[in-house]
Design a protein around this ligand. Structure first.
Ligand code: NAD
Ligand code: WQD
Length: 338
Protein backbone atom coordinates (compact mmCIF):
# COMPACT_ATOMS: atom_id res chain seq x y z
CA UNK A 1 0.00 0.00 0.00
CA UNK A 2 1.29 3.47 -0.86
CA UNK A 3 2.23 5.53 2.16
CA UNK A 4 1.62 9.26 2.03
CA UNK A 5 2.80 11.75 4.62
CA UNK A 6 0.16 14.46 4.99
CA UNK A 7 1.47 17.52 6.82
CA UNK A 8 -1.35 19.65 8.20
CA UNK A 9 -3.68 16.67 7.65
CA UNK A 10 -5.86 17.56 10.66
CA UNK A 11 -6.84 20.88 9.04
CA UNK A 12 -9.74 21.73 6.75
CA UNK A 13 -8.42 20.68 3.34
CA UNK A 14 -6.02 18.08 4.77
CA UNK A 15 -8.74 16.13 6.60
CA UNK A 16 -10.92 15.89 3.48
CA UNK A 17 -7.92 14.77 1.44
CA UNK A 18 -7.04 12.12 4.04
CA UNK A 19 -10.56 10.69 3.68
CA UNK A 20 -10.16 10.48 -0.10
CA UNK A 21 -6.69 8.91 0.20
CA UNK A 22 -7.87 6.29 2.70
CA UNK A 23 -10.95 5.46 0.65
CA UNK A 24 -8.64 4.90 -2.33
CA UNK A 25 -6.52 2.44 -0.32
CA UNK A 26 -3.62 4.73 0.60
CA UNK A 27 -1.98 4.70 4.03
CA UNK A 28 -2.14 8.32 5.29
CA UNK A 29 0.24 9.46 8.01
CA UNK A 30 -0.62 12.88 9.43
CA UNK A 31 1.88 15.25 11.04
CA UNK A 32 0.11 18.28 12.51
CA UNK A 33 0.84 20.51 15.51
CA UNK A 34 -2.90 21.23 15.97
CA UNK A 35 -2.18 24.96 15.84
CA UNK A 36 -5.37 25.49 13.81
CA UNK A 37 -7.18 22.17 14.16
CA UNK A 38 -8.77 19.79 16.65
CA UNK A 39 -7.85 16.14 17.29
CA UNK A 40 -11.59 15.29 17.21
CA UNK A 41 -11.26 15.33 13.41
CA UNK A 42 -9.43 11.98 13.67
CA UNK A 43 -12.51 10.34 15.27
CA UNK A 44 -14.67 11.85 12.56
CA UNK A 45 -12.41 10.46 9.82
CA UNK A 46 -12.68 7.09 11.58
CA UNK A 47 -16.49 7.33 11.44
CA UNK A 48 -16.39 8.00 7.69
CA UNK A 49 -13.69 5.56 6.61
CA UNK A 50 -13.78 2.93 9.36
CA UNK A 51 -10.12 3.42 10.36
CA UNK A 52 -8.25 6.17 12.17
CA UNK A 53 -5.39 7.67 10.18
CA UNK A 54 -1.95 7.47 11.80
CA UNK A 55 -1.37 10.74 13.61
CA UNK A 56 1.81 12.30 14.96
CA UNK A 57 1.34 15.55 16.86
CA UNK A 58 4.34 17.66 15.92
CA UNK A 59 5.70 20.64 14.08
CA UNK A 60 7.17 20.33 10.58
CA UNK A 61 9.99 22.60 11.77
CA UNK A 62 11.06 19.85 14.19
CA UNK A 63 13.67 17.70 12.37
CA UNK A 64 13.51 14.96 15.04
CA UNK A 65 9.76 14.51 14.55
CA UNK A 66 10.20 14.25 10.77
CA UNK A 67 13.16 11.86 11.05
CA UNK A 68 11.11 9.60 13.31
CA UNK A 69 8.23 9.57 10.83
CA UNK A 70 10.40 8.91 7.76
CA UNK A 71 12.28 6.15 9.65
CA UNK A 72 9.09 4.47 10.90
CA UNK A 73 7.26 4.43 7.57
CA UNK A 74 8.57 4.02 4.05
CA UNK A 75 6.95 7.19 2.77
CA UNK A 76 6.28 7.20 -1.00
CA UNK A 77 5.21 10.83 -1.27
CA UNK A 78 4.24 13.91 0.71
CA UNK A 79 1.27 16.28 0.57
CA UNK A 80 2.26 19.48 2.32
CA UNK A 81 -0.71 21.40 3.75
CA UNK A 82 0.91 22.52 7.02
CA UNK A 83 1.04 26.28 7.23
CA UNK A 84 -0.76 29.37 8.39
CA UNK A 85 -3.21 31.12 6.07
CA UNK A 86 -4.76 34.23 7.63
CA UNK A 87 -3.85 37.16 5.38
CA UNK A 88 -4.57 39.89 7.96
CA UNK A 89 -2.62 38.15 10.72
CA UNK A 90 0.32 37.71 8.33
CA UNK A 91 0.54 41.51 7.97
CA UNK A 92 0.60 41.90 11.79
CA UNK A 93 2.93 38.97 12.49
CA UNK A 94 5.04 38.35 9.37
CA UNK A 95 7.71 36.31 11.16
CA UNK A 96 5.07 33.81 12.35
CA UNK A 97 4.21 33.26 8.68
CA UNK A 98 7.74 33.10 7.30
CA UNK A 99 8.71 30.72 10.10
CA UNK A 100 5.73 28.34 9.86
CA UNK A 101 5.38 28.40 6.09
CA UNK A 102 8.87 28.95 4.64
CA UNK A 103 11.03 27.52 7.44
CA UNK A 104 8.53 24.67 7.84
CA UNK A 105 8.77 23.81 4.12
CA UNK A 106 12.59 23.95 4.15
CA UNK A 107 12.68 21.69 7.20
CA UNK A 108 10.37 19.22 5.44
CA UNK A 109 12.40 19.27 2.20
CA UNK A 110 15.63 18.63 4.12
CA UNK A 111 14.05 15.66 5.90
CA UNK A 112 12.71 14.30 2.58
CA UNK A 113 16.20 14.58 1.11
CA UNK A 114 17.78 12.77 4.09
CA UNK A 115 15.30 9.92 3.62
CA UNK A 116 15.38 9.74 -0.20
CA UNK A 117 11.76 10.75 -0.65
CA UNK A 118 11.47 13.39 -3.38
CA UNK A 119 7.82 13.59 -4.47
CA UNK A 120 5.75 16.42 -3.02
CA UNK A 121 2.36 18.01 -3.68
CA UNK A 122 2.31 21.56 -2.34
CA UNK A 123 -0.70 23.65 -1.23
CA UNK A 124 -0.22 26.85 -3.15
CA UNK A 125 -2.84 29.50 -3.68
CA UNK A 126 -4.40 31.78 -6.27
CA UNK A 127 -2.98 34.53 -4.05
CA UNK A 128 0.30 34.11 -6.01
CA UNK A 129 -1.36 35.91 -8.95
CA UNK A 130 -1.71 39.11 -6.88
CA UNK A 131 -4.16 41.44 -8.62
CA UNK A 132 -4.50 39.69 -12.02
CA UNK A 133 -4.62 41.85 -15.15
CA UNK A 134 -7.60 39.89 -16.48
CA UNK A 135 -9.68 36.78 -15.89
CA UNK A 136 -9.72 33.81 -16.31
CA UNK A 137 -6.25 33.28 -14.86
CA UNK A 138 -3.85 30.84 -16.51
CA UNK A 139 -0.75 29.39 -14.82
CA UNK A 140 1.62 31.53 -16.91
CA UNK A 141 0.27 34.83 -15.50
CA UNK A 142 2.86 36.99 -13.69
CA UNK A 143 3.27 36.14 -10.01
CA UNK A 144 3.24 38.68 -7.18
CA UNK A 145 2.25 39.03 -3.57
CA UNK A 146 0.50 41.78 -1.64
CA UNK A 147 0.99 40.43 1.90
CA UNK A 148 3.41 38.20 3.88
CA UNK A 149 1.12 35.16 3.55
CA UNK A 150 1.16 35.43 -0.24
CA UNK A 151 4.87 36.19 -0.17
CA UNK A 152 5.49 33.00 1.82
CA UNK A 153 3.66 30.94 -0.83
CA UNK A 154 5.68 32.61 -3.60
CA UNK A 155 8.93 31.94 -1.75
CA UNK A 156 8.09 28.27 -1.32
CA UNK A 157 7.13 27.96 -4.99
CA UNK A 158 10.50 29.51 -5.90
CA UNK A 159 12.39 27.14 -3.62
CA UNK A 160 10.63 24.13 -5.15
CA UNK A 161 11.33 25.32 -8.71
CA UNK A 162 15.01 25.89 -7.92
CA UNK A 163 15.38 22.46 -6.28
CA UNK A 164 13.77 20.72 -9.25
CA UNK A 165 16.06 22.61 -11.64
CA UNK A 166 19.11 21.59 -9.63
CA UNK A 167 18.23 17.92 -9.22
CA UNK A 168 15.87 16.01 -11.52
CA UNK A 169 15.10 13.48 -8.76
CA UNK A 170 12.80 16.05 -7.14
CA UNK A 171 9.20 15.94 -8.40
CA UNK A 172 6.91 18.76 -7.32
CA UNK A 173 3.29 19.56 -8.09
CA UNK A 174 2.09 22.96 -6.98
CA UNK A 175 -1.70 23.12 -6.67
CA UNK A 176 -2.89 26.72 -6.73
CA UNK A 177 -6.27 26.54 -5.00
CA UNK A 178 -8.83 29.22 -5.69
CA UNK A 179 -11.47 29.53 -2.91
CA UNK A 180 -12.01 26.22 -1.07
CA UNK A 181 -15.54 25.81 0.38
CA UNK A 182 -18.07 23.11 1.31
CA UNK A 183 -17.62 19.98 3.38
CA UNK A 184 -17.73 16.19 3.21
CA UNK A 185 -21.26 15.02 2.32
CA UNK A 186 -21.53 13.12 5.64
CA UNK A 187 -21.52 16.40 7.58
CA UNK A 188 -18.93 14.88 9.91
CA UNK A 189 -15.95 17.01 8.83
CA UNK A 190 -15.79 20.58 7.59
CA UNK A 191 -14.15 23.95 8.12
CA UNK A 192 -13.95 25.04 11.76
CA UNK A 193 -12.11 28.35 11.93
CA UNK A 194 -10.81 29.70 15.23
CA UNK A 195 -12.52 32.94 16.27
CA UNK A 196 -14.38 35.10 13.78
CA UNK A 197 -14.00 33.68 10.26
CA UNK A 198 -11.98 35.70 7.75
CA UNK A 199 -13.49 33.95 4.76
CA UNK A 200 -16.91 34.43 3.23
CA UNK A 201 -18.41 30.94 3.34
CA UNK A 202 -17.83 30.06 7.02
CA UNK A 203 -18.94 33.59 7.93
CA UNK A 204 -22.28 33.17 6.11
CA UNK A 205 -22.77 29.72 7.67
CA UNK A 206 -22.12 31.07 11.18
CA UNK A 207 -24.66 33.86 10.66
CA UNK A 208 -27.20 31.20 9.62
CA UNK A 209 -26.73 29.22 12.89
CA UNK A 210 -26.89 32.38 15.00
CA UNK A 211 -23.23 32.60 16.04
CA UNK A 212 -22.88 35.93 14.20
CA UNK A 213 -25.51 38.65 13.67
CA UNK A 214 -25.08 39.58 10.03
CA UNK A 215 -22.75 39.37 7.09
CA UNK A 216 -20.67 42.44 6.28
CA UNK A 217 -20.40 42.62 2.49
CA UNK A 218 -17.07 44.27 1.76
CA UNK A 219 -17.90 46.69 -1.05
CA UNK A 220 -20.59 46.87 -3.72
CA UNK A 221 -18.78 49.24 -6.07
CA UNK A 222 -16.41 46.83 -7.83
CA UNK A 223 -16.56 46.64 -11.63
CA UNK A 224 -18.51 43.35 -11.47
CA UNK A 225 -22.10 42.54 -12.42
CA UNK A 226 -23.63 43.39 -9.02
CA UNK A 227 -20.67 45.39 -7.67
CA UNK A 228 -19.55 42.76 -5.12
CA UNK A 229 -16.34 40.71 -5.36
CA UNK A 230 -16.27 37.68 -7.65
CA UNK A 231 -14.36 34.48 -6.80
CA UNK A 232 -13.96 30.89 -7.99
CA UNK A 233 -15.39 28.72 -5.18
CA UNK A 234 -14.20 25.13 -5.33
CA UNK A 235 -15.73 22.23 -3.35
CA UNK A 236 -13.22 20.84 -0.86
CA UNK A 237 -13.91 17.25 -2.02
CA UNK A 238 -13.03 18.27 -5.60
CA UNK A 239 -9.85 19.70 -4.12
CA UNK A 240 -9.21 16.39 -2.36
CA UNK A 241 -9.60 14.61 -5.71
CA UNK A 242 -7.07 17.00 -7.25
CA UNK A 243 -4.45 15.83 -4.72
CA UNK A 244 -5.21 12.21 -5.59
CA UNK A 245 -4.76 13.00 -9.28
CA UNK A 246 -1.53 14.87 -8.57
CA UNK A 247 -0.11 11.83 -6.76
CA UNK A 248 -1.08 9.58 -9.67
CA UNK A 249 0.58 11.81 -12.28
CA UNK A 250 4.18 12.10 -11.08
CA UNK A 251 6.56 11.02 -13.82
CA UNK A 252 10.33 10.73 -14.22
CA UNK A 253 10.76 14.02 -16.12
CA UNK A 254 8.27 15.80 -13.86
CA UNK A 255 10.32 18.67 -12.47
CA UNK A 256 8.10 21.32 -10.91
CA UNK A 257 4.60 21.85 -12.34
CA UNK A 258 1.91 24.29 -11.23
CA UNK A 259 -1.86 23.83 -11.73
CA UNK A 260 -4.87 26.01 -11.07
CA UNK A 261 -7.48 24.22 -8.99
CA UNK A 262 -10.82 25.94 -9.41
CA UNK A 263 -14.07 25.54 -11.35
CA UNK A 264 -13.58 28.21 -14.01
CA UNK A 265 -16.76 29.97 -12.80
CA UNK A 266 -16.91 33.20 -10.83
CA UNK A 267 -19.68 33.98 -8.31
CA UNK A 268 -20.28 37.28 -6.53
CA UNK A 269 -20.72 37.70 -2.78
CA UNK A 270 -24.46 38.31 -3.24
CA UNK A 271 -24.84 35.26 -5.50
CA UNK A 272 -23.15 33.14 -2.82
CA UNK A 273 -25.43 34.55 -0.17
CA UNK A 274 -28.56 33.81 -2.21
CA UNK A 275 -27.42 30.29 -3.09
CA UNK A 276 -26.76 29.58 0.60
CA UNK A 277 -30.17 30.94 1.64
CA UNK A 278 -31.84 28.71 -0.95
CA UNK A 279 -30.01 25.57 0.21
CA UNK A 280 -30.47 26.23 3.93
CA UNK A 281 -33.90 27.82 3.98
CA UNK A 282 -32.39 30.43 6.34
CA UNK A 283 -32.39 34.20 5.96
CA UNK A 284 -28.90 35.63 6.19
CA UNK A 285 -29.06 39.34 7.06
CA UNK A 286 -26.33 41.51 5.58
CA UNK A 287 -25.19 45.09 5.22
CA UNK A 288 -22.98 46.71 2.61
CA UNK A 289 -19.74 47.97 4.15
CA UNK A 290 -16.54 49.55 2.86
CA UNK A 291 -14.16 47.53 0.71
CA UNK A 292 -11.71 45.33 2.66
CA UNK A 293 -8.17 46.55 2.20
CA UNK A 294 -6.15 44.41 -0.22
CA UNK A 295 -9.21 42.78 -1.86
CA UNK A 296 -9.39 42.41 -5.63
CA UNK A 297 -12.52 42.72 -7.79
CA UNK A 298 -12.48 39.42 -9.60
CA UNK A 299 -10.59 36.14 -9.60
CA UNK A 300 -11.39 32.91 -11.39
CA UNK A 301 -9.35 30.19 -12.97
CA UNK A 302 -8.76 28.71 -16.36
CA UNK A 303 -8.36 25.00 -15.44
CA UNK A 304 -7.47 23.53 -18.86
CA UNK A 305 -3.94 22.58 -17.78
CA UNK A 306 -5.01 20.47 -14.80
CA UNK A 307 -7.56 18.74 -17.04
CA UNK A 308 -4.95 17.93 -19.68
CA UNK A 309 -2.02 16.99 -17.45
CA UNK A 310 -3.48 15.46 -14.27
CA UNK A 311 -6.90 14.49 -15.65
CA UNK A 312 -8.78 16.53 -13.07
CA UNK A 313 -11.93 18.66 -13.34
CA UNK A 314 -14.24 20.00 -10.63
CA UNK A 315 -17.45 17.93 -10.56
CA UNK A 316 -19.49 19.50 -7.76
CA UNK A 317 -21.64 22.56 -8.50
CA UNK A 318 -22.73 25.51 -6.35
CA UNK A 319 -25.88 23.73 -5.12
CA UNK A 320 -23.78 20.81 -3.86
CA UNK A 321 -21.36 23.22 -2.18
CA UNK A 322 -24.18 24.98 -0.31
CA UNK A 323 -25.96 21.75 0.63
CA UNK A 324 -22.78 20.27 2.11
CA UNK A 325 -21.77 23.52 3.81
CA UNK A 326 -25.16 23.71 5.52
CA UNK A 327 -25.19 20.02 6.44
CA UNK A 328 -21.83 20.46 8.21
CA UNK A 329 -22.68 23.75 9.93
CA UNK A 330 -26.21 22.80 11.02
CA UNK A 331 -25.01 19.48 12.48
CA UNK A 332 -21.99 21.10 14.13
CA UNK A 333 -22.98 24.69 14.95
CA UNK A 334 -19.87 25.04 17.13
CA UNK A 335 -17.59 23.02 14.86
CA UNK A 336 -15.59 20.21 16.47
CA UNK A 337 -16.31 21.63 19.93
CA UNK A 338 -19.85 20.15 19.77
P1 NAD B 1 -5.99 24.77 8.09
O1 NAD B 1 -5.47 25.81 9.00
O2 NAD B 1 -7.34 24.20 8.35
O3 NAD B 1 -4.95 23.55 7.99
C1 NAD B 1 -3.56 23.71 8.15
C2 NAD B 1 -3.09 22.70 9.17
O4 NAD B 1 -1.67 22.83 9.33
C3 NAD B 1 -3.72 22.93 10.56
O5 NAD B 1 -4.25 21.70 11.02
C4 NAD B 1 -2.55 23.39 11.42
O6 NAD B 1 -2.68 22.97 12.76
C5 NAD B 1 -1.36 22.76 10.71
N1 NAD B 1 -0.08 23.47 10.90
C6 NAD B 1 0.17 24.80 10.76
N2 NAD B 1 1.48 25.06 10.96
C7 NAD B 1 2.06 23.86 11.22
C8 NAD B 1 3.39 23.47 11.51
N3 NAD B 1 4.39 24.36 11.57
N4 NAD B 1 3.63 22.15 11.73
C9 NAD B 1 2.64 21.22 11.69
N5 NAD B 1 1.37 21.55 11.43
C10 NAD B 1 1.08 22.85 11.19
O7 NAD B 1 -5.94 25.37 6.59
P2 NAD B 1 -6.48 24.78 5.24
O8 NAD B 1 -7.55 25.69 4.76
O9 NAD B 1 -6.75 23.34 5.35
O10 NAD B 1 -5.23 25.05 4.30
C11 NAD B 1 -4.26 24.05 4.05
C12 NAD B 1 -3.19 24.62 3.14
O11 NAD B 1 -3.79 25.11 1.96
C13 NAD B 1 -2.43 25.81 3.76
O12 NAD B 1 -1.07 25.69 3.39
C14 NAD B 1 -3.05 27.01 3.09
O13 NAD B 1 -2.15 28.09 2.98
C15 NAD B 1 -3.40 26.45 1.72
N6 NAD B 1 -4.49 27.17 1.07
C16 NAD B 1 -5.68 27.33 1.73
C17 NAD B 1 -6.70 28.04 1.14
C18 NAD B 1 -8.00 28.30 1.86
O14 NAD B 1 -8.68 29.27 1.54
N7 NAD B 1 -8.40 27.46 2.81
C19 NAD B 1 -6.53 28.57 -0.15
C20 NAD B 1 -5.31 28.37 -0.80
C21 NAD B 1 -4.30 27.66 -0.17
C1 WQD C 1 -14.28 36.21 -0.78
C2 WQD C 1 -15.15 37.41 -1.17
C3 WQD C 1 -14.58 39.42 0.03
C4 WQD C 1 -15.77 37.92 3.98
C5 WQD C 1 -8.65 34.62 0.75
C6 WQD C 1 -7.16 34.76 0.72
C7 WQD C 1 -6.57 33.89 -0.36
C8 WQD C 1 -7.05 32.45 -0.23
C9 WQD C 1 -8.53 32.35 -0.06
C10 WQD C 1 -5.44 31.15 0.97
C11 WQD C 1 -14.35 38.71 -1.30
C12 WQD C 1 -15.98 38.96 0.40
C13 WQD C 1 -15.51 38.04 2.63
C14 WQD C 1 -16.79 38.71 4.56
C15 WQD C 1 -17.24 39.65 2.40
N1 WQD C 1 -6.52 31.80 0.92
N2 WQD C 1 -16.24 38.88 1.85
N3 WQD C 1 -17.50 39.54 3.74
O1 WQD C 1 -10.31 37.18 -0.17
O2 WQD C 1 -10.82 35.69 -2.15
O3 WQD C 1 -9.17 34.99 -0.52
O4 WQD C 1 -8.97 33.24 0.97
O5 WQD C 1 -4.58 31.05 0.15
O6 WQD C 1 -5.20 33.98 -0.24
O7 WQD C 1 -6.84 36.12 0.45
O8 WQD C 1 -11.56 34.98 0.13
O9 WQD C 1 -13.49 34.25 1.46
O10 WQD C 1 -12.04 36.12 2.34
O11 WQD C 1 -13.51 36.54 0.37
O12 WQD C 1 -17.91 40.41 1.71
O13 WQD C 1 -17.04 38.66 5.78
O14 WQD C 1 -16.09 37.66 -0.11
O15 WQD C 1 -14.50 40.81 -0.04
O16 WQD C 1 -14.94 39.45 -2.35
P1 WQD C 1 -10.48 35.83 -0.72
P2 WQD C 1 -12.65 35.44 1.17
Amino acid sequence: MKKVLVTGGAGYIGSHTVVTLMERGYHAIIVDNLDNSNAEVLNRINSIVGTKPDFIEGDVRDADVLDRVFSSYEIDGVIHFAGLKAVGESVEKPMRYYSNNVEGSISLLKAMDRHDCRKLVFSSSSTVYGDPVRVPITEDFPLSATNPYGQSKLMIETILRDLANANSQWQFTLLRYFNPVGAHASGLIGEDPNGIPNNLMPYIAQVAVGRLNKLNVFGDDYPTEDGTGVRDYIHVMDLADAHMQALLHFKPDHGCRAYNIGTGNGYSVLQMLQAFEKASGKDVPYSIEARRSGDIAESYANCELSKQEIDWVARRDLDQIMKDQWNWQSNNPNGYKD
